[in-house]
Design a binder for this molecule. Structure first.
Ligand code: 13P
Ligand code: SF4
Length: 299
């Protein structure tokens, strides 16, 4: 039996659901029940009545799914698939910053650990960060951990945004010079980039969109060629939706090594052994849930 068929059979027997982030390898996206951005996938995990969630993404995403639905067994097929940006924020430093800016709301990107979410006032994703910040009562926002998303949000609010010093290494690597070079090669192409990109890149792009927003916006773009400034896996998803368009990765370096750790073999192993499990200590989970629920209510 082919690997894909064995996975499908086991999934059915165990009442498991396979979720894959838009950055996953094409073969992983193709066997998933749902693909999407971090927020969409957590929402699906919470609503679905599966007993097991196999989360093909990185650790904070599986953790968010567990925080929202702790009665389910949440499995991350490679336990070492982390997010370096999420690791750039820790609770002690946040509490220190809280002392320095007692009037500020702590707004935390979903790309963060459960403990950091628990120490925050509210979570955001790249698709709802601007609207949520504008809905808060506080006029000062400590934005954790992505400085690029923080600066991006600052463009759309009069509030004072204090950026944390974190970043995504995959997006940060892409520079203005890289974008100019590919734009020169493809002068008629539309350019869309993720808000985790540098500000100098965002300044030159036609549009800045989260991965979920890219999927929703694609039908409004009439250009034949589209330069995509985010992780490579996104191209597979976009090509499936709009096969008539040509999607060009903005740089061959747009690869998140952690996202690429998940494979069909590891998914099969995870389904057979029902591990590696992701869970969160209950007192932290309850506090982190408040930050996530507040986000879901406001978005
Ligand atoms: P999205 O929420 O846009 O899917 O982004 C997640 C992520 O990790 C981006 O690097
Ligand atoms: Fe983290 Fe960047 Fe990978 Fe997204 S692309 S999971 S932010 S390292």
């Amino acid at each position: 039996m082919k690997l894909e068929e064995t996975i499908a059979k086991l999934k059915k027997e165990k009442n498991a659901l396979i979720l894959a982030h838009n950055y996953q390898n094409p073969d992983v996206q193709d066997i998933a029940d749902y693909t999407g951005d971090s927020l969409e996938l957590s929402r699906i995990a919470a609503k679905n009545d599966a007993d097991i969630i196999v989360f093909c993404g990185v650790h904070f995403m599986a953790e968010s799914a567990f925080i929202l639905s702790p009665q389910k067994k949440v499995i991350l097929p490679d336990s070492s698939a982390g997010c370096p940006m999420a690791d750039m924020a820790d609770v002690d430093s946040i509490l220190e910053m809280k002392k320095k800016y007692p009037e500020a709301a702590i707004v935390t990107y979903i790309n963060s650990s459960a403990a950091v979410k628990a120490a925050s006032d509210i979570c955001v994703t790249s698709s709802n960060a601007v609207s949520i910040v504008n809905k808060l009562n506080e006029e000062t926002i400590l934005f954790v951990p992505d400085k690029n998303l923080a600066h991006y949000v600052q463009r759309f609010t009069n509030k004072k945004i204090i950026p944390w010093d974190g970043f995504c290494p995959t997006h940060e690597k892409f520079t203005k010079e890289d974008l100019i070079a590919i734009k020169n090669q493809l002068p008629d192409a539309y350019v869309m980039v993720h808000p985790e990109c540098r500000q100098e890149v965002i300044d030159l792009a036609d549009n800045t969109l989260s991965t979920g927003q890219m999927v929703n916006y694609i039908s409004h773009i009439y250009h034949k060629q589209i330069i995509v400034g985010t992780e490579k896996g996104m191209l597979h998803k976009l090509k499936k939706i709009s096969p008539e368009k040509e999607f060009i990765l903005a740089s061959p370096d747009f690869i998140c090594p952690n996202m690429k750790k998940i494979s069909l073999e590891k998914i099969l192993h995870a389904l057979i052994n029902e591990e590696p499990i992701v869970s969160v200590q209950e007192d932290i989970r309850v506090k982190a849930l408040q930050s996530l629920q507040r986000m879901l209510e406001l978005s």
